[in-house]
Design a protein. Structure first.
Length: 363
């Protein structure tokens, strides 16, 4: 984007970058937000350039209007995307790159070798270029904005806890054990019949109509679904109200599993009490993430990945916006925004099916 801004005249010219042209070609160019940056701008009245004093000659040479033109910079891509096959879009990071969900690093044992190798084993487990590159690129864009007078000067983003490990037990999250909950993807509901998507315009029931707007015939709505209510969502999670402490539940017992004998690290595992009836309702394991320090408007950008150390792949998960709901049992914070996180698979007929892995509730 290029622009001239003064008190009397404003001129802004938008130019589509290569990334934008690719999105246009894919028919997926849907910009929702715009930002201004002075990363490449040159100010003629500045006394410093790149941290060093500018000479009088440089000031005179730059005493003119400078138009910023789009640059082919990797910093322009903050949200990493994947194509229709579920593979991460190829992009370069500092010392690493991604192709087909595989991470390629420079060989640390051969500094003269310019070729990259697939990160595997401990090298893959320790490398974290995808998770950190979005934050670094966001910071490097040097966005321009107006600071509100009632904002504090705290630019720190802090959450607790910073890490949580979910553990499958004999009864959580599957009442009869994990092996009883398997399903053939060919028997799962495809996107067109998934009640988690029924509220979207793209999945509405649209029977053929004539010029007068009447149905041509009596077509049956084979979906038979409507948007889930918040009560439906809570029932699917087997909860009446989300508790702050996940392990404080009736008819349950907490077992501890050693995960590192050297550091004496243990994990708490939630189970149904011994000899309890299988119909005993136990809520699925959950964790409450608290935003201790954030911006005044609390704008959050979230990207969720699955890191598979067994096959050395990074997969970006799909997110379905279920919408905003009213929780009548929570008088302090009744507004809840629900998101489903999971993967999309293809069945034998190439129908897309969304498999929900976990549910996010923004409180």
């Amino acid at each position: 984007m290029s622009g001239i801004l003064d008190k009397k005249k404003r001129f802004i010219d938008f130019v589509v970058t290569n990334h934008g042209k690719r999105k246009l070609a894919e028919n997926s160019f849907l910009p929702n937000f715009a930002s201004l940056s002075d990363q490449f701008a040159i100010y003629s009245d500045a006394t410093y350039k790149n941290g060093h004093p500018k000479s009088s000659k440089n000031i005179a040479d730059n005493d003119r209007i400078i138009l910023e033109t789009p640059s082919k910079s990797p910093n322009d891509v903050i949200v990493h995307e994947f194509n229709d096959s579920g593979k991460l879009t190829i992009y370069d990071m500092s010392g690493s790159s991604v192709s087909g969900n595989k991470i390629f690093n420079y060989d640390p044992n051969n500094a003269t070798d310019i070729k990259k190798r697939i990160a595997t084993g401990s090298l893959f487990a320790s490398t974290n270029p995808i998770l950190t590159s979005s934050i670094k690129r966001f910071q490097r864009n040097k966005f321009i904005r107006t600071s509100e007078t009632f904002e504090n000067n705290n630019n720190i983003f802090e959450i607790t806890p910073k890490k949580h490990t979910f553990v499958m037990s004999n009864s959580v999250p599957f009442p009869k054990g994990a092996l009883t909950e398997g399903i053939n993807i060919n028997n799962a509901e495809p996107l067109m019949f998934d009640d988690k998507l029924a509220h979207f315009e793209n999945f509405k029931y649209l029977p053929p109509k004539n010029a007068e707007g009447n149905n041509i015939a009596a077509y049956e709505d084979l979906r038979g679904f409507s948007k889930k209510s918040y009560e439906d969502i809570k029932n699917s999670l087997r909860i009446t109200r989300i508790q702050d402490e996940n392990f404080q539940q009736d008819d349950t017992v907490i077992n501890q599993v050693m995960i590192n004998s050297e550091t004496d690290s243990k994990l708490n595992v939630l189970n149904r009490i011994p000899l309890a009836d299988l119909s005993t309702i136990i809520s699925k394991e959950h964790v409450s993430i608290n935003f201790n320090k954030t911006s005044f408007f609390n704008n959050v950008l979230l990207q969720i990945y699955e890191k598979n150390n067994d096959i050395n792949e990074m997969i970006k998960l799909d997110i379905v916006d279920a919408g905003e709901f009213e929780d009548n049992l929570d008088s302090n914070r009744p507004k809840k925004h629900v998101y489903y996180v999971g993967k999309v698979y293809l069945d034998k007929d190439d129908n897309s099916t969304f498999v929900n892995l976990f549910t996010l509730i923004w409180d």
